[in-house]
Design a binder for this molecule. Structure first.
Ligand SMILES: *Cc1c(COP(=O)(O)O)cnc(C)c1O
Length: 423
């Protein structure tokens, strides 16, 4: 059934570390090996062994219009016919920047990069330069890409100086990364009181999507805005997932918070490698060549990627986000009911077009509570769903994604599959 995938994976492991170009794809967590994908169409993926899957990963977020959307694909084809990279300005960059600035409320200027990692790395550099301070507050379990300063784990879950979360990151590089549990405003306040003149910025996923789906508690985001303002630090919203997904204007439009800087990725590239960071003009003017903060990219603003992003955002402007949200909610509620009837402890939080499945009875509000989820139950669930043609993210610390093209039949098939899972 998965013969060809297995064969490719064996060959891949010879020449690519772990056989994959991004670790979570290896499906280690769920004691499985990856499916090699041949093509995607709408809400479905087709693997090299002829299997068809309903896709709830959506390339980890970007494919909100579904795979191979005809408008996006033809925009890419049209752009490709004119050459694939110039290393000089092109009109599509201006058009995409204008779309992004008009969609995201707090943005006055934006710079394109090639990934979310580059976006957060650059936003941090800018925040440090603008404030002439070095410390950054980051929340445990929030993911901001794989740049060194963000790869830190806390010793005890208390606010503490960080230790590197991976070999290869020198201790001094994360020494200025201060970790706080998500949703813990009191800890943030305590850190500001301890280092009133030293904190450059607070970076946060306004809705946490990289420890499973964890919603901000009432007052958390507004509290971060107040504290950063009071102490002269910048507030960075990492909207790499939430941008154009929670709403066209991202989490900041939904929660009516005005961050200083915003990072974007995933949907902004419509399936091609694009990231972006932007914000208030008074900060963005510090970026070279206007200002002294260096930031650059050979392929940044790439014409193919800009065309894909532009086609995606223009189409999204015509979409009914509220309708997708209510369909997602219904789906998640039915999924939760089916699983609960099997006598397993389960929670299925949902927001906008996202959901996740935590096998725990503990309400999840931060990384510590997310980790109470039973990994063995998730693995059982994942494997049996996949065997029935349902493609879920291979970890309960990932968030399930829906697109505008998931159909009622997709939902019915998924719920039917869930009802057959045996724990
Ligand atoms: C995916 C992600 C990133 C990193 O983006 P890449 O394009 O993978 O480098 C950063 N922040 C958040 C919130 C993300 O979900």
């Amino acid at each position: 059934m998965e013969d060809r995938s297995q064969e490719l994976f064996a060959r891949a492991r010879e020449v690519i570390p772990g056989g994959v170009n991004s670790p979570v794809r290896a499906c280690h967590n769920v004691q499985s090996s990856p499916l090699f994908i041949e093509r995607g169409c709408g809400s479905h993926l087709f693997d090299v062994d002829g299997g068809e899957y309903i896709d709830f990963v959506l390339s980890w977020g970007p494919m909100i219009l579904g795979h191979n959307d005809s408008d996006v694909t033809s925009a890419i084809q049209k752009a490709a016919a004119c050459g694939t990279s110039y290393g000089a300005p092109c009109e599509a960059e201006v058009a995409l920047a204008a779309e992004v600035v008009s969609a995201i409320p707090s943005l006055e200027m934006v710079r394109m990069v090639n990934s979310g990692t580059e976006a957060t790395m650059s936003a941090l550099r800018l925040a440090r330069a603008c404030t002439k301070r070095e410390k950054v507050i980051k929340f445990v379990g929030c993911y901001h890409g794989h740049a060194d300063p963000f790869l830190a784990a806390a010793g005890s879950g208390l606010a503490t100086f960080s230790i590197p979360g991976t070999p290869g990151v020198p201790a001094h590089v994360v020494a200025d990364t201060l970790l706080v549990p998500y949703n813990d405003l009191e800890q943030v306040k305590a850190i500001f009181q301890r280092f009133p003149q030293e904190i450059a910025c607070v970076i946060v996923e306004p809705v946490a999507c990289n420890m499973g789906l964890v919603l901000p508690e009432e007052g958390f985001l507004a509290g971060l805005r107040d504290l950063t303002q009071a102490y002269g630090a910048l507030l960075i919203f990492d909207e790499v997932i939430t941008g154009f997904r929670l709403a066209l204007g991202g989490a900041q439009s939904r929660y009516a918070i005005d961050p200083d800087l915003t990072t974007l990725g995933k949907i902004i590239g419509g399936g091609l490698p694009v990231g972006a960071f932007g914000g208030k003009r008074c900060y963005m003017e510090h970026i070279a060549p206007l200002g002294e903060v260096y930031q650059a990219g050979t392929l940044s603003g790439n014409p193919l990627a800009m065309a894909a992003g532009l086609a995606t955002l223009r189409k999204l402007k015509t979409k009914d986000y509220a309708a997708l949200e209510s369909r997602t909610q219904n789906f998640a509620q039915e999924l939760a009911a089916i699983l609960r009837a099997k006598d397993v402890p389960v929670q299925v939080p949902t927001l906008a077009s996202m959901f996740s499945v935590f096998f725990t009875s503990t309400p999840v509000k931060d990384f510590a509570t997310a980790k109470t989820a039973d990994q063995a139950l998730f693995t059982t669930f994942y494997k049996q769903m996949r065997a029935q043609g349902i493609y879920l993210a291979p970890s309960s610390f990932e968030t399930g994604m829906l697109s505008f093209v998931h159909s009622e039949e997709d939902f019915a098939r998924t719920l039917e599959a869930a009802s057959k899972v045996r724990f």
